[in-house]
Design a protein around this ligand. Structure first.
Ligand SMILES: Cc1cc2nc3c(=O)[nH]c(=O)nc-3n(C[C@H](O)[C@H](O)[C@H](O)COP(=O)(O)OP(=O)(O)OC[C@H]3O[C@@H](n4cnc5c(N)ncnc54)[C@H](O)[C@@H]3O)c2cc1C
Length: 424
């Protein structure tokens, strides 16, 4: 395809990765980011083998791994200490692992690289609110009415609360989850939470998570992220009660949380994140494509949102690099190529979330009685680990992505925008 004029809306995970892939493929890329001076904010995040594969393709994996914690196991217990989930990456392949990191590390690498990339015109402080058709091309329209363009392709990556979905009749669901999460990032100088994403659940209404989160964007003290499940409508009551009763409750549920809780002095240091359930299909029109949370936000129960956003970006670049005769046909091919993967993770997240975050307490009974045992059945175990790695692509008929060569030790990673060498 000849070089295109591409607008990317949003410079988060999906937008930054897409901009880098497309600029490196020779397209003229302009990125519009709403925030004037974006900075590293946010909770800990897990990057899975699928996401790491994409970061490696962008040449960003090494600096990110240097500030991340290796995670080898997901271990979830109930309040009585009974194992609910116990999954080890090493059971899929001895070299497989995930990483926990401060979101700012991922942001700083992606954003810093976009800023330095020769083929990208990065414009911060430009909130885009509308698109205007001009034949097959599109103008992007700012909040204050300023227009930019025309562009051959608009990549919408402005997150779960996208302003632009109403410009395309693709949205099937747009709902806020009734539950969210409080989070805090503390120091973990002795690395008490090393190598394990550890969770404690009681009924379906209480869930504490502790994720080793690397070194953060600056400094050299290991970090741990703490998550606590809370209904959206319970946040005000939680604030009114103050920190004391909450800390006592968490210490009683999991004494190992005490050193993290001791670092919280003010309720304002604990932030609350909400999640959205967004379903679009397909993810494109003739000249517009939706990536990342703008296209398929879910609850972070499976920790896949950023990984899916990264994979979206790589597949979009691949579709545009194919021999499709037009932008619109390349976008149709893109949507098709993402169907199985995105469909599986949206289904699995929607299926599993009520077992861990909901008012349906009865679901905790089969969860606590059977899930730990089911995890041990070899077939189910393999599928659950593949799900954790971001590789699954089918509910009934599994058609997983292979574990990236990066982990299996194969020497040749293939050309910069190539497909997985052993799959798809
Ligand atoms: C508590 C929590 C924990 C999570 N944990 C994980 C995890 O462990 N692993 C994982 O993979 N995922 C996790 N996620 C999900 C992950 O954070 C998201 O899926 C991912 O950040 C989506 O990236 P994105 O680029 O699509 O959107 P965003 O990161 O939201 O980026 C959107 C960008 O668009 C910009 N923007 C917004 N509106 C406009 C506009 N009108 N014009 C221009 N720019 C605009 C924003 O400023 C932002 O820079 C978690 C989410 C939450 C809430």
């Amino acid at each position: 395809m000849t070089p295109l004029d591409v607008a990317v809306i949003g410079c988060g995970t999906a937008g930054a990765a897409a901009a880098l892939f497309l600029a490196r493929a020779g397209h003229r890329v302009t990125v519009f980011e709403a925030v004037e001076d974006p900075g590293p904010v946010g909770a800990g995040i897990m990057v899975q083998p699928t996401g790491m594969r994409v970061l490696a393709r962008l040449g960003l994996l090494e600096p990110i791994l240097a500030r991340a914690s290796r995670v080898e196991r997901l271990h979830c217990v109930n309040a009585a200490g009974r194992t609910v989930i116990d999954l080890r990456y090493g059971d899929l392949h001895p070299r497989a692992f995930g990483v926990g990191l401060h979101r700012g590390v991922l942001f700083a690498e992606l954003f810093g690289t976009v800023r330095r990339e020769p083929g990208i015109d990065l414009r911060c402080g430009h909130p885009i609110e509308d698109l205007r058709a001009d034949g097959a091309r599109r103008w992007v329209v700012e909040k204050d009415g300023d227009e930019h363009g025309p562009f051959d392709l608009v990549v919408v990556a402005d997150g779960a609360r996208s302003q632009l979905r109403d410009d395309a009749p693709l949205t099937h669901r747009e709902a806020r989850y009734p539950w969210g999460a409080l989070w805090f990032i503390g120091d973990d100088p002795d690395q008490d939470f090393d190598k394990v994403l550890y969770q404690v659940v009681r009924s379906t209404t209480e869930m504490l998570g502790l994720l080793p989160s690397g070194l953060g964007p600056t400094g050299d003290t290991p970090k741990v992220s703490m998550f606590w499940s809370l209904p959206v409508e319970g946040v005000d009551a939680w604030r009114k009660k103050g920190l004391g009763p909450w800390k006592d409750h968490l210490r009683a549920l999991e004494p190992r949380s005490a050193p993290v809780l001791d670092q919280i002095d003010s309720i304002d240091e604990v932030l609350f994140a909400t999640y959205w359930d967004i379903v679009l299909h397909p993810w494109n029109t003739d000249a517009v494509v939706f990536l990342g949370d703008a296209a398929h936000a879910t609850s972070p129960q499976l920790g896949q949102g950023a990984n899916l956003a990264l994979v979206d970006a790589m597949y979009l670049a691949r579709a545009l690099a194919s021999d499709a005769p037009s932008v619109s046909e390349a976008l149709v091919a893109y949507s098709r190529s993402r169907e199985a993967h995105l469909g599986y993770y949206q289904w699995a997240t929607r299926f599993l979330t009520p077992f861990f975050q909901s008012d349906r307490g009865a679901l905790a009974i089969p969860r606590d009685l059977f899930m730990g045992t089911v995890c041990k059945l070899p077939y189910v175990r393999t599928r659950m680990i593949r799900t954790m790695c971001g590789l699954e692509r089918g509910v009934v008929l599994p058609d997983p992505l292979p574990l990236p060569d990066l982990f299996t030790g194969a020497a040749d990673e293939g050309p910069a925008l190539g497909v997985y060498r052993t799959g798809s």
